[in-house]
Design a protein around this ligand. Sequence first.
Ligand code: G3P
Ligand code: MG
Length: 292
Amino acid sequence: MFVKCFSIVIGCLFGITSLTLAQQKMSESPKLPVKLYTDNNDGLVVIGHRGASGYYPENTMAAFQAAYEMGAEMIELDVTLSKDGIPVVIHDLNLDRTTDGTGKVSHQNLKELRKLDAGSWFDVKFSSEQIPTLEEVLQFAAGKISLNIEIKPEAVTDSVHNGIEEKALELVNKYEMKHHVLFSSFDYRAIEHLKVLDVNISVALLYEKQQSKGKTLTQLVSHYTADAFNCSYRQYSKKWAEQAKKANIPVFIYTVNKERRMKKIIKRGASGIFTDKPDVLNRLVENMWKTN
Ligand code: G3P
Ligand code: MG
């Protein structure tokens, strides 16, 4: 009896301790620039990088569905334009690595792109996967999971209107996902264009050295009126972490698949992590709150 009571008391204490830690992280974290449909309430956004691309062919509906099922709170996807100007989801400039096509994505119309096999390069069992359209992904995600839409630089021009930014934004609005989408781009013109198109749309600056011209993290975010700052784990120094914390800027770090690295980045204060393995990150976060 005594042992049972003792273990209940200890259990409760641990429960309270882990809850307190999670709450502490939540209260310390800057306000997120997007609403989450499924917030694990742990102060860290688990982002499926190109879906659950560690296990499924990247940027396919199979990878997005899997990320959702693994408990990712957000899905990252790369968007560019087909020759006929339709936003499509693929990472590379060329088709060769992730499809059975060749040459530039932008040299083929949507109809041609949709005939390609976007899964066999990963495993023949995914041979029916196609290059998704952004619209298809929004249709899937609406009401279910938040998105980070990364605009690929090759599709960005000097024009604010009729480009990839406006087309993507129109689709986001069509599916009423505005508050659940964080746009980002390595091309800072896309950030500027999106804010001109809609000042209230959430945009993250995806750090690119040349365009940053020696500005500090805080100066960059303020200059582009960005809502968040995204960078690689290699770039996320203590100095940057301190700057972000001081200015209350949410920081999202890509692409982290190793547990030790995930822990380090969480402790440094990141608001979210892009990973090819959302199941691993989810488990790690859960355990961190239990054992810390
Ligand atoms: O948006 C985070 C990350 O995806 C940026 O790099 O090359 O994987 O698109 P990349
Ligand atoms: Mg990306």
